[in-house]
Design a protein around this ligand. Sequence first.
Ligand code: GDP
Length: 444
Amino acid sequence: MFDELSSRFEDAVKGLRGEAKISENNINDALKEVKRALLDADVSLSVVKEFITDVKDKAIGEEVVRGVNPGQKFIEVVNKELIKIMGNENSPLNENENSPTVILMAGLQGAGKTTATGKLGLYLKEKDKKVLLVAADIYRPAAVEQLKTLGSQYELEVFSAKEKNSKPEEIAKEALNFANENDFNSIIIDTAGRLQIDDSMMSEMVRIKEVSNPDEVLLVVDSMIGQEAADLTKSFHEKVGITGAILTKLDGDSRGGAALSIRKISGKPIKFIGVGEKIEALQPFHPERMASRILGMGDVLTLVEKAQKEVELADAEAMQKKLQEATFDFNDFVKQMRLIKRMGSLGGLIKLIPGMNKIDDGMIKDGEDQLKKIESMISSMTLEEKQKPEVLAAQPSRRQRIAQGSGYEAKDVDKVLADFQRMRGFMKQMSNGGMPGMGGMPGM
Ligand code: GDP
């Protein structure tokens, strides 16, 4: 699936090479692909539309970095924006410093609430918390048993109803008292779900919330429900008020678009993801990983890198041509200097060249000083002078001006210029396969 997606992106961005800015015109195809990728990942339509508008506004007018065409640059913007919307970083559990931390679990039946309650219990126990799991699902005896089984397996204490007809909010209240009396510092309340959103479930949640005053209300969402995650989040958030979410069953092939819908609709972070039926299969949520998953971006980012390399290669070829034709000018010289600087120090590079390891540090320092000198002279040149070093040879007044501007003497400028011309000739010979008659980069 990712292969197909990245080849679609590749198609979408073909033909845009060479443009310097993202514009309304050159972005439309890439925009369509992003929309399709988000819908494929089951992000809800309204969220997709809003996202595309936002991101388009942000992207238009963006300068395209050399080597990245507008389509690819746009995808970078999209990726960054997705990560930003999902909170940039992992959002930790809100823990209460002074009294037991209370976590209320909410969600539809089958979402993975009971499993997530056990998982979170184990997670907190591993952080040295004394954890109490509370079975407040009075409708499904199997759910209470499931929690008890999990609890006994992992030595987590489970609190369940003492009386047969207790209401969920009564169970929650008793559990809180029990926790306070017995020095528990983390309480996770598993509540009853329904197959669909329904009013009695919501009002029950509200009552439990009122008596337990939770630090976290975590909505557990099955990532496989796709588009429906949007309505689900909206209902729970409006009626109960959530503080975060756990996205389950991401070990399957769901692309996780629900994460974006949940965050965009509630403004609350996804805190954990469930990646398996086993109790250990709980992981903190990481926005950047989810953004890649939603967009199917792994390959697309590789594509961007590849394009950058291609352009560097094309640059190198263009440079070679200039050398052959002896049109290499001072602008090219500065460009090459920057490239060398990006690769590390001049000395470090020279020492890598076979046979050059005998060059001592003093000589390298001289070379580096000389290069600095040349750079400051070049910065005193006019555009014409940089492009056509010949005009300098012809007019001494220009050389005088550069000497003054760069703080050197006219004879220094003359020397650099002569070296530069010689280097040009030398390079022309080298790149045409001939033996150089005389040599030396300026300053070496
Ligand atoms: P509840 O009704 O919300 O309490 O849901 P359960 O905790 O009983 O989970 C419903 C089913 O989903 C069970 O079969 C779980 O084993 C399974 N399940 C829960 N979380 C995950 C998960 O992250 N990945 C997978 N593959 N299955 C899960």
